[in-house]
Design a protein around this ligand. Structure first.
Ligand code: NCD
Length: 312
């Protein structure tokens, strides 16, 4: 595990190891002494974040994860406005310049599909040992989000095999749903994709699921899927990628929808929620999206540990 570019990179044993480490870190963070000890893990390592798209959770948790492990941390959170990208510098040149400062890990978020792959190619071609982490590239992937999503599911059910997962919302443009589908395809799961026909999940994902003989189907109505689910993973309409023409936001999950859930089923969402889950659902026993978001910190700490121990 060097660059983290797509969810398909992770296999069962790698996920088990990462989740084991994440549980260990989560526990350590509750103990002041162990938390302090973690700060001396990587005093000589450094992390840079190059974010050219808005972010709250991903950037904050990457930054805090690095800080919690004692790493030097810096970056730019609005690269399209504040870095030389605004002057028209190519991503390749920006990355090459940042690499020249000797960072050990760089997380990149960009609106172009394949941006992280391009950054990794620059890194390898120029002989740098830096690891590139994809923190979201266009409509393609967001692998570290999928890792924290899967960890949250595993934390609740203690296994992934045998679960029925509903993935709904804007499946044509949402990169987190795509990465999660790839990760779930490593297990014996049943998947139900719920969306309007215009926002349905990509053919590449469907082909991948067929190849892996995953039982899946497409639905347009939430009530035709939710009663079967152990996990409902809902997503927002990606207006900035889809444009207004496809507006007609995903179905809104209300307390009425929650009443259709199996008693132990959980509702996840990568956040931000922009109306597709009614506000009153936030305090519902089965709404898990804030626990999910909280798992971003320990999973990213575990990822740093795995990346940096492989570098030495
Ligand atoms: C997601 C993203 O940026 O892809 N946000 C996140 O990182 N949790 C989801 C989204 O923007 O809808």
């Amino acid at each position: 595990m060097h660059h983290i570019l797509r969810a398909q990179q992770f296999d069962g044993p790698a996920l088990n190891k990462l989740f084991h480490q994440t549980r260990h870190i989560k526990k350590a963070l509750t103990d002041p002494e162990q938390k302090r000890a973690l700060r001396s893990t990587f005093p000589d390592k450094s992390f840079y974040y190059l974010f050219a798209e808005p972010s709250t959770r991903t950037r904050t948790s990457f930054q805090k994860a690095a800080t919690n492990l004692g790493m030097e941390t810096m970056g730019t959170e609005n690269a399209k406005d504040f870095s030389s990208m605004v002057k028209g510098e190519t991503l390749e040149h920006s990355i090459r310049v940042i690499l020249g400062n000797g960072f050990d890990v760089i997380a990149i978020r960009h609106s172009d599909n394949g941006a992280a792959d391009r950054a990794a190619a620059v890194c390898d071609d120029c002989g740098f040992n830096t690891a590139i982490v994809n923190a979201g590239d266009g409509t393609s992937q967001h692998p570290t989000q999928a890792l924290l999503d899967l960890f949250t599911i595993h934390e609740k059910f203690e296994q992934i095999d045998g679960l029925t997962v509903v993935i709904g919302g804007d499946l044509a443009h949402g990169r987190t749903a795509r990465s999660l589908a790839y990760l779930l395809s490593k297990f014996r799961v049943k998947l139900i994709f719920v969306s309007t026909p215009e926002l349905t999940v990509g053919e590449d994902i469907q082909a991948h699921l067929n190849e892996r003989q995953i039982d899946f189907r497409l639905e347009t109505k939430v009530e035709d899927a939710v009663p079967e689910a152990d996990v409902v993973y809902w997503t927002r309409f990606q207006r900035e990628r889809a444009g207004d023409s496809l507006a007609g936001s995903p179905h809104v999950i209300t307390l009425g929808t929650m009443a259709l859930f199996k008693p132990e089923a959980i509702l996840l969402h990568p956040l931000p929620i922009v109306g597709e889950i009614a506000h009153e659902v936030d305090s519902h026993r089965q709404a898990y999206y804030f626990q999910q978001s909280d798992n971003g910190l320990p999973i990213r700490m575990a990822l740093f540990q795995s990346i940096l121990s492989a570098q030495d």
